[in-house]
Design a protein around this ligand. Structure first.
Ligand SMILES: *Cc1c(COP(=O)(O)O)cnc(C)c1O
Length: 382
């Protein structure tokens, strides 16, 4: 066999091609998030403001000595702990390496090549990506402003529709669809369509007309709810999520998932995090206090914070040169404050940012005050 000189191979047609469905995929590149000792204020990934629960950190270290063992998902007690905390049936819980893995697994399990899956206009970018990886066809349903439209989703249904993804609350917009509207969606979708409710931010929502979807999962045989430990529980780095499913769907997911997708430290930390209600209450109180504080401060600076029920918001900037969203993002980055660019989501005049610690929130507002009050001419130097 002639060997290929890697340098010469560059620029040539590759010998091996990926399957056609994924040939034109652009990777979901997580935005810049430097590691290390430099103090950076990271408000760009919607992570929990207060870090992880101290009890979860302690539990994680207790399993260090058993890292030579494969993780005992069934025996760990995590599924039982989720079932107890949420009052749900343990048999229908599927745990995964973040809810990202579960989104991918659902697509792989339910989409035949060419099947359509609906996501919303300003919906989570991983939905169309996972749909394409599975060989499906993503179909975007227009939003009503920044909120998902049940009518638009229903209008997008065709003979080939197999899945509907609804992030509720939605990322990146922070808006939600009421439980009555979600019910209306389910009732009017064909029964062959699986409805996936991604409730990654459910813990933060303080609205009486919101539900994450547990009842709907239990009342129907074609609805799945996804949850994560990445946001309120502050465990994004450990990768832990779960799905609540009708039993036959849970069985399908378990049949194709990698058996050891959830790591040992995540199992231990997850159990401890679920039991640490003091940390949970503190995190919720922090968000409930500081979200309105930030919004009010932004309004005073002449900016437009969009309504949100989660731990992050869309913040709209003027289109005046020197004061645009892009310039603000670069200005903040030059001061080691990271916020999320929304151009890739089709919202170029805004950034997305999450609630941080008290100190971080103040630093953000101080920096934006400088940005908004500086001379337009200073803009050239950023
Ligand atoms: C952050 C987020 C998730 C969580 O993903 P993990 O893989 O569990 O970290 C899921 N869905 C949405 C819409 C999110 O914003």
């Amino acid at each position: 066999m002639p060997s290929v000189d890697p340098d010469q191979a560059i620029g040539r047609e590759p010998s091996v091609l990926p399957k056609a469905a994924i040939a034109d995929l652009v990777a979901y590149k997580p935005p810049l998030s430097p590691m290390g000792s430099k103090r950076v204020i990271k408000l760009n990934l919607n992570e929990g403001a207060l870090g992880p629960s101290p009890k979860a950190m302690a539990a994680m270290t207790t399993v260090a000595a058993t890292m030579h063992r494969y993780p005992p998902v069934e025996a760990s007690g995590l599924i039982q702990a989720i079932a107890e905390r949420h009052g749900v049936d343990a048999q229908r819980i599927v745990v995964g390496c973040g809810s990202d893995e579960l989104i991918q697994t659902l697509c792989l399990a339910f989409l035949e090549p060419g099947d359509e899956a609906i996501h919303t206009q300003y919906g989570f970018l991983l939905f169309p990506l996972a749909i394409k990886v599975a060989g499906g066809v993503p179909v975007s349903a227009p939003d009503d402003g920044y909120t998902a439209s049940v009518d638009a989703i229903l209008a997008a249904v065709t003979e080939r529709t197999k899945l509907v993804f609804l992030a509720n609350p939605n990322n990146p917009t922070g808006t939600y669809v009421s439980s009555d509207e979600v019910r209306r969606l389910r009732a009017n979708l064909p029964s062959r369509v699986l409805l996936v409710l991604d409730a990654a931010y459910a813990e933060y929502v303080q609205r009486k007309d919101y539900t994450a979807g547990i009842e709907l999962v239990e009342e129907t045989d074609n609805t799945v709810m996804l949850r994560t430990f990445s946001k309120m529980y502050g465990m994004a780095g450990l990768r832990l999520g779960w799905a609540y499913c009708p039993k036959p769907i849970a069985d399908v997911l378990y049949s194709i998932k990698p058996p050891y997708g959830v790591n040992y430290p995540a199992l231990a930390a997850g159990i401890a995090a679920l039991r640490d209600t003091e940390f949970y209450d503190r995190s919720l109180a922090h968000n409930t206090r500081w979200m309105p504080w930030l919004q009010e401060a932004f309004r005073k600076l002449g900016l437009t914070p969009q309504p949100t029920v989660a731990n992050f918001m869309v913040l709209t900037f003027p289109d005046t040169p020197g004061k645009t969203a892009k310039e603000a993002r670069l200005f903040l980055a030059s001061r080691d404050i990271l916020v999320r660019d929304l151009a890739s989501y089709g919202i170029p005049d805004a950034v997305r940012l999450s609630v941080g610690t008290v100190e971080e929130n103040r630093a953000l507002v101080d920096a934006l005050r400088v940005f908004m009050t500086r001379n337009a001419r200073d803009g050239d130097s950023v």
